[in-house]
Structures are given as C-alpha cells and as structure tokens.
Design a protein around this ligand. Structure first.
Ligand code: GLN
Length: 483
C-alpha cells in the first residue's frame, strides 16, 4: 500500500523499487475520488497524470537521472495557468476558458518532472478567507466538514491536509496560503514578493500577489520553492537574485536567531485566548533555551487591514477590467444591446457578489474626488509599514505572531459579516504590504479539536532563515505540538 511522508522518502522508495510513480498517481486519484464532499478539486487530470507517471517510471528504469521533483504529485490552485487546461479563477466569468500558455512556476515544475494532478477550488479571483466565494461551491475542512478550510486557496490546503496531493501551489495576496494552512494544520509558505514569477498567475492585486506552497513539512515546501523560484523574462518584478539551495535546509541549529514579536499583536482583543496562551508559551519556551525573543511596539496594527483593503481593491478594479465579455470568458446572451450594456450585462452575470463589491470599492477609492483621501493615504501608510519592517529586521532575524486570530470557523458563520471576515487577516497582510516572506507552521491544537499555526516572517529574500528555523521548530515539537 502506498504511503507518503516526504519527497525525500518517496524518492528513496522509487529508487529502491518499493513504489512507482504510477502507483502514486493511482493512490491520489483514488484518494480524491473517495472525498468528493470536500470539493477540493475542480478537475482531476487523471489520464495524463498516469501517462506522465508511466513515462517517468520508464525513464528511471532506463537509468535516467531523476529531476528534483521527479514524480511528485502536485495540485495547482485554479488561478495558475497550465497550457491546454481550463483555468477559471473559481469564477463563472472564466468557466470555459482554457490556458494558452504555462505559468512560469508550472514550466519549472514540469522541467523537474513533477506530475500535475489537477486544479483546485478557491475563492473567486482569490478574494476571500473561507473558500465560500467559489462559483463552484464551497470547500470543506477535511478535519470537520462543518468548518471552512480558510481561503482563498482552500482547495490547495485541504488537498495536502487530506492526502489528496503531496504538495500544492496556491497564491497569497493577503494571507491566502498561510491562513488556510493554519486552519488545516499544514505548512503554508508565502515567499518574498518577487521570489517567484507571477507570469501566468491570474492577477488580483499585482503589487501584493505571490505564488505560495502548501506541504506537510517545511523541507518539502523548501524544495518546491527552490524549483519554482528565480529569474524570468516574462515578469519584470521578479528578483534577479540567485536562488539558494533551499532544499538542503536542515533541522539542526546553524545559527542563533534573534526573534521579535509585536506586543500589540499578542495583546489584541480579537485574539482567541487559547491562541495567545499557546504563542506566549512558545515564546517562554524559546527564552528558556537561551533564545532572545523581544516584544516590540507596533502602533499601526489596527491600520494594516484597512490599508490592505484600500490598495488591493484599487488594484483589483484595474486588473479585472480586462474581463469584459469581449476578450475573455463569459459574454451575455442578451441580444441587441450597445457595447456598454454588453460589458455591464456580461460582468454582472459573470462575477459573483464579493468580486463585484471589491471592484466597486476599488473604483471608489480611485475616483478623482476620493483618490487622495483613500488611495494616496493608504500608499503613505504602506511606506511607513515598509520602514517599520526594515527597522525590525535591522535588529532581528525573525518576527513571530499567531497566523490567524481564531481557528477555523463554521461554514456560513461569517459570510454575511464582511468586516469580521476582513479582520481575520490582521496578522497576515503585513507581510504582503511590505513584501517579506512568511510561513505558517502547524504547531498547535485548539480545545475545539482544530489545529492552528505559528506565523514566522523574515527580512526580504531571507527565506533560508525562515525555513531553517521553522524546520527546527517542527522537529522540536514543542509541548503544545499536535504532530
Ligand atoms: N483574505 C484576503 C482577501 O480576501 C486574502 C486573499 C488572498 O491572499 N488572495 O483579500
């Protein structure tokens, strides 16, 4: 019987002849079919995954060198383009759209011989925190199907949680990888802005968007990052820096890290008391091991969510103007109307409520009478936050916090209360506003049975520190640990 624990062990088993890629694909196709109620996948590429697996098995048998992700079964969020395959961004407006090229991240996965098993359900255009905004039905948390898996990359998180894929790619504009990772008890990594090319990632808010990775372990996430990161002529915002060998991080301490946390984050009234106690307990534990962990002041904590929503809706209103019923996707069937009416009817029919609300909000904050009061002001706050991040990381290697203020909530619980839903992003949006890398690791369990994570952030392009220390924490399994 096929069992998965890590990419490294899987590769050993392949080399020793204990398993094959074909066996792995069968295992995952069956696992997905056994949990249709989770609604994690919008489409499974079973036949082509099997064909690819057979080809890889034959190459390996013929003595060919294995790619870094040889036979690794990967799911991709439905906002990442894979040539010749449908991509809908969880929206009716793109329901019948087929990708005409590969995202750079997909190209890089394929070059290293990964097998893409299917595309995963998500909030429409990656807007949401619960995966209830998909036009194709909500995703369920595999641990408790009455609860949400988080969002917007809910299908990608649940796939790793429930063993429906070895790893998944999601996207993180304000927490959409880290928050569902927290709700599902898996590792969720958002790299630095510009670490991975955004070419072929359907845009939500371009100065925030970043592809992220879900995995069962920090080591798996690190190896996938190593493969998909790096220069790309198709994205002018991607970093030209060389990509470190993230896949070789170890669990043994290589240096002494200096750690900070925002005092206001742990004191926040919206924070679940059990989460506060768990994070405080971890801080005490680290201090008892001689690690420096200092509280620092952060008076702008309550401003990060409004700043994020002003700027991202502004960018979204511009990015989503391309879906007009003429160039892409859904076009209204109403006949005999003029061009303006065609745009209006196609967009009204094609976009869901949340997407429409954000386009309206974004258009409002960009309108001439309000531009300075909202958009310019939010940009100024973004600059102050950027300065704050630089100040923190001039004295510390890592910044820690809870990932989300409360564990996974019930389906429907927050769908009518937009503000409550937005506030759940309080700890995750900072990293996107300032472009730093961040990770959520599943260290804790709530008394209600749900898991929750610790978030760690580091300075720009210092993913090595982030991954190294996270791997150490996971290996040390602190007393509150679930696994
Ligand atoms: N919950 C946030 C939002 O709705 C984050 C989304 C994301 O990271 N894609 O905007």
């Amino acid at each position: 019987m096929f069992r998965y624990s890590s990419i490294k062990d899987y590769h050993n088993a392949l080399q020793n002849g204990q398993t094959t890629c074909v066996e792995a694909v069968h295992f995952y196709v069956d696992a997905i079919a056994a949990r249709p109620g989770l609604n994690a996948f919008l489409e499974v590429f079973a036949q082509e995954a099997l064909a690819k697996a057979a080809e890889l098995d034959a190459h390996r048998a013929g003595g060919a060198k294995m790619g870094k992700l040889h036979g690794v079964i990967v799911g991709i969020k439905d906002v990442i383009c894979y040539k010749g395959h449908a991509v809908s961004a969880g929206s009716k407006i793109l329901e019948n759209f087929t990708s005409v090229y590969n995202a750079t991240a997909v190209d890089k996965l394929l070059e290293e011989e990964a097998i893409i098993i299917g595309r995963q359900n998500c909030d429409e255009f990656a807007m949401g925190s619960s995966s209830e905004n998909s036009a194709f039905g909500p995703v369920k948390n595999a641990l408790d199907e009455s609860r949400v898996p988080g969002g917007s990359s809910g299908g990608s998180a649940v796939s790793v949680q429930a063993g429906l894929a070895m790893v998944s790619l999601g996207s993180d504009t304000g927490g959409s990888v880290r928050q569902p990772a927290d709700f599902c008890g898996v590792v969720g990594l958002k790299p630095s802005y510009g670490r991975i090319s955004r070419y072929g990632l359907i845009a939500y808010a371009s100065s925030f968007d970043q592809i992220g990775i879900f995995a069962q372990s920090v080591e798996d996430a690190a190896l996938v990052l190593e493969v998909i990161a790096g220069k790309d002529n198709f994205d002018s915002t991607v970093s030209q820096q060389d990509v470190p060998a993230f896949g070789t991080i170890s669990q043994t301490p290589s240096k002494t890290y200096k750690i900070a946390y925002f005092k206001q984050a742990l004191e926040h009234l919206g924070l679940d008391p059990e989460i506060r106690t768990a994070v405080q307990g971890l801080i005490d534990q680290l201090r008892s091991q001689g690690i420096q962990v200092d509280p620092i002041e952060f008076n702008l904590l309550d401003q990060v969510v409004p700043t994020y929503y002003v700027l991202t809706t502004a960018e979204a209103s511009s990015n989503l103007s391309r879906f007009d019923g003429v160039r892409y996707g859904h076009r209204t069937s109403i006949a005999n109307i003029d061009l303006n009416q065609l745009y209006k009817a196609s967009r009204t029919e094609g976009f869901g409520k949340e997407v429409q609300r954000r386009i309206l909000l974004g258009t409002f904050v960009l309108s001439s009478g309000y531009f300075d009061a909202y958009f310019t002001k939010a940009q100024q706050v973004r600059r102050i936050l950027w300065n704050k991040a630089n100040e923190v990381f001039s004295g510390y290697d890592l910044l820690i916090s809870p990932t989300v203020p409360a564990p996974a909530f019930k389906l429907g619980e927050k769908s009518e209360d937009q503000v409550a839903m937005f506030l759940a992003d309080i700890y995750t949006v900072f990293a996107n506003l300032v472009g730093i890398p961040a990770i959520s690791i599943p260290l804790f369990q709530h008394s209600n049975g749900m898991p929750f994570g610790l978030q760690l952030m580091s300075s720009h392009f210092k993913e090595t520190d982030l991954l190294q220390f996270s791997a150490q924490l996971m290996a040390a399994k602190p007393s509150q640990s679930v696994k």
